[in-house]
Write a protein that binds this ligand. Structure first.
Ligand code: RB5
Length: 146
C-alpha cells in the first residue's frame, strides 16, 4: 500500500507524526509537503495530493490543515475524490466501509496526535464494502453533479 500525505503550515507537525506512524506499518508514505511552517495555501497542497490519488499513483491520501475543513472542501472539488473529515474513529471506519473514501482529512488544531493516529489506524485497516453502497457512490459522480 502507498499513501500520499500533504498539509498546509498548520498541519506540518501532525503530518510528520503520522508519516512516521504509518511507515511503521510497512506502508510507503509520500510526503508532498510543505516541509516547514512557513505560511502556504492549503488548496495548492490538496491539488497536488488528490492528483496522485486520481491518477492511482497511491492507494489513499491524507490531507491535514488547521481544522481539516479547508482541506476537505478543496479535496472534494476534485472529480473522483471522496474526502472525509474525521474527528473520531467510528467515522473513519464507516467512511471507508460505506463511502469508499479515498482521502482522509484531519484538523491538526482540533485533535491531538494520539487520536489522529487512532483515526488513521481505523481508516487504513478497513475496506469498502460495495453492495448497496455502490449505487450511492455512483450518484456522487452523476451528471447532476457536473
Ligand atoms: C490556516 O491558518 C488555516 O486557515 C487552515 O489551516 C485551515 O484550518 C483552513 O481550513
Amino acid at each position: 500500500m502507498k499513501i500520499a500525505i500533504a498539509s498546509d503550515h498548520a498541519g506540518v507537525g501532525l503530518k510528520k507524526v503520522l508519516k512516521e506512524h504509518i511507515e511503521k506499518k510497512g506502508i510507503v508514505v509520500e510526503d508532498l509537503g510543505p516541509y516547514d511552517e512557513q505560511s502556504v495555501d492549503y488548496p495548492d497542497y490538496a491539488k497536488r495530493m488528490t492528483k496522485q490519488v486520481v491518477d492511482k499513483e497511491v492507494d489513499l491520501g491524507i490531507a491535514i490543515c488547521g481544522t481539516g475543513v479547508g482541506m476537505s472542501i478543496a479535496c472534494n472539488k476534485v472529480k473522483g475524490i471522496r474526502a472525509s473529515l474525521c474527528g473520531d474513529t467510528v467515522s473513519a471506519k464507516y467512511t471507508r466501509l460505506h463511502n469508499d473514501s479515498n482521502v482522509l482529512c484531519l484538523g491538526a488544531r482540533i485533535i491531538g496526535d494520539e487520536l489522529a493516529k487512532a483515526i488513521v489506524d481505523e481508516y487504513l485497516s478497513n475496506e469498502y464494502e460495495g453492495g448497496r453502497h455502490q449505487r450511492r457512490i455512483e450518484k456522487l459522480e452523476g451528471e447532476d453533479n457536473e
